[in-house]
Design a protein around this ligand. Structure first.
Ligand code: PMP
Length: 407
């Protein structure tokens, strides 16, 4: 049975509003997804009934909050097929997860002359932390190039890999192009040279089945807000052995076993990396978002999104002046494009006037835009609650806009 988008829409309150006098068509899901009512209710329920600090309280509320918080870790372990729940660390988001690895694993294990590989299509959050680390350590950051469709050039990857490669940090799915990278092959090849692999899963975890044991990635970073969950919450998965070998990220409460002025001993994983009072309410509410995904099933969600992508690609492809950006064979439901003779920002503003929410600009991937010789794109990204009729509406709005410069 295909997904029933109309029914799904009914549990997303934010979708039922007018923007600029028109029904909202929300096509900015790669930036952040909307939240089902169950997530919103979980947030208020927590503050109404359970609010308490976790892990150290000896009272009923603290015990309840701790159990709910830790339950999300268990659900995530299943969601990713991690071996153990201690391998799941809560962070602020993908950005913090990557920074955590750079600041701990990177500072300890990357030394002068070592090489780190990333690709041309990385988000700034998977570029800048490595630039900072390389500057500090006198290590070398190397870039895997891509072709004109937005696919990694695997031959070039092969020739960049060598014994000096200590880490490959790569986006699983590109936020700007939608490309699904061949990460299984990348991981296998990197491991052959003894390099560790971090996957930026910000865009993959919402669309694909990401099985960390099967992929054999060493780290996986992602954000709850792109998976129908709250903002300000992220996950870092890491293999136990590697996490245990890493120094703590921040110092403070929770991350210690014992503190004296002479010496402090650190807590075990995952708590070693969760200093201070964490984002308790959002972690608890995230469970509801994961339940929403699990109940629908990833493959059903993906089929629906894939159908929307191919429908949109062919419909918009007929428009005179339409220039797709990112035409990889393997893609998720991201349609990046430009309109001949028009600035993406202007196109975005005109779509907004029609109630259509898209992203415009460089999508935090400036080097990728430089590779394509463009300033930015218009990006429509589809989710499980989007419908074909919304795409019809998008296509007719884009066609009208494109006509201004493409008669
Ligand atoms: N990587 C990719 C591929 C992304 O799409 C994003 C979010 N746009 C990030 C990293 C950063 O995620 P966050 O801002 O939630 O930390």
């Amino acid at each position: 049975m295909p997904v029933n988008s109309e029914k799904i829409r009914s549990i997303f309150p934010v979708l039922h509003q007018k923007v600029n006098g028109k029904p909202l068509i929300y096509l900015d899901n790669a930036a952040t997804t909307q939240k089902p009512k169950s997530v919103l209710d979980a947030l208020t329920d927590y503050y109404k009934h359970d609010n308490s600090n976790i892990h150290r309280g000896a009272h009923t509320l603290a015990d309840r909050a701790t159990r709910y918080y830790e339950k999300t870790r268990t659900v995530l372990k299943e969601f990713l097929n991690a071996k153990e729940e201690e391998e799941i660390i809560f962070t602020k988001g993908t950005t913090e997860s990557i920074n955590l690895v750079a600041a701990t694993y990177g500072r300890k294990f990357i030394t002068k002359g070592d090489e780190i590989l990333i690709s041309t299509m990385e988000h700034h959050s998977n570029i800048v932390p490595w630039q900072m680390l390389c500057e500090e350590k006198e290590a070398i950051l190397k870039i895997i190039p891509i072709n004109d469709s937005g696919e990694i050039l695997m031959d070039d990857f092969d020739s960049l890999l060598n014994e000096k490669t200590k880490l490959v940090s790569i986006v699983h799915v590109s936020n700007a192009l939608g490309t699904i990278n061949p990460v299984r092959e990348i991981i296998k090849k990197a491991h052959h040279f003894g390099a560790k692999v971090l996957l930026d899963g910000a865009q993959s975890t919402s669309h694909l089945d990401v099985n960390v044991q099967e992929l054999d990635c060493d780290f996986l970073a992602f954000s709850a807000h792109k998976l129908y969950g709250p903002t300000g919450l992220g996950v870092l998965y890491g293999k136990r052995k590697i996490l245990e070998s890493m120094p703590p990220y921040q110092g403070g409460g929770e991350m210690i076993k014992e503190v004296t002025f002479a010496k402090t001993t650190y807590n075990d994983i995952p708590f070693k990396f969760e200093a201070g009072t964490p984002n308790i309410a959002d972690v608890i509410a995230f469970q509801k978002a994961l339940e929403f995904i699990n109940e629908l099933g990833k493959s059903k969600i993906k089929t629906h999104e894939d159908n929307l992508l191919s429908y949109a690609t062919s419909l918009l492809g007929e428009i005179k002046g339409f220039i797709p950006v990112g035409t990889a064979k393997e893609k998720v439901s991201v349609l990046s494009f430009n309109i001949n003779g028009m600035h993406p920002f202007d196109v975005g503003m005109m779509l907004d006037a029609n109630g259509i929410a898209v992203r415009t600009g460089h999508h935090c991937t400036q080097p990728l835009m430089q590779r394509f010789g463009i300033e930015g794109t218009v990006r429509a990204s589809f989710s499980v609650y989007n419908t074909e009729s919304e795409i019809d509406y998008l296509a007719s709005a884009v066609a009208k806009i494109a006509k201004i410069k493409n008669k």
